[in-house]
Design a protein around this ligand. Sequence first.
Ligand SMILES: [Zn+2]
Length: 260
Amino acid sequence: MRRHLAALILLAAAPAEAQLCNSASVPIGPDGRALGHFPYGEAAAADLVPAAPGIALGACRLRPEAAADLQRLLTAAAGDPAVQGKLYAFSCHRSLAHQQATFCRTRQSASGSDRAISAAPPGHSEHSSGYALDFTVRPANGCPDAEACMAAKPAFRWLIANAPRFGFEMSFPISNKQNVKWEPWHWRWVGTSATAPGAARARLLFARARAAFPASPAVIPLLPKIAPPPFVPIVAPPRPETKKERRERERRERRARDRT
Ligand SMILES: [Zn+2]
């Protein structure tokens, strides 16, 4: 049932072509990608919840499972002096219209492919799924939001070291083969384990992306710790005595008795 549902989500998400600004469009590749980005359906409004107060700059709505882990992550970050500032959710779920506006806003100074690597075409953004968000940090100390300089900040080094513990992974790591710009601020939620509530659905949605272009750092499947079995030396079973050996042994035993 879940698999069927996710298949429907994927199919419903795949437009014939990605609509861009000024009615232009980009071709959809055989794997469904547009300018490197996989297609994603838009989460229904009823499936989203607002992030906890104070953890986002502006409005932030996510799937409840992702929102809960985001709150845990940001609470942990707030208690760790290594962050050297305050981490915030910066951009969370985006509607198709919002994504189109985001995409078009970046078009002025770039060619089509450049646009694609700095913002996904509408219908092809992880943000529309309700599982992805962008982080930022305050004070910004001269590094604008959604710029590579963020990667050098202590807060983002903290994210790299800790976000997977809360079920988040970096979708577009440096030098990714997906041909998507390195986005150290962009993370998607897949749950801390495959059995975490909601994780199966998220992992199914991102299955193709995760298989073809692994996130880094990624949420690693946690294998149960199994104690190794105790060491038992193998001892060969004794060889049965031959008749001759038995006669000799009995003779030795008789002689020993006779001496005592
Ligand atoms: Zn993003």
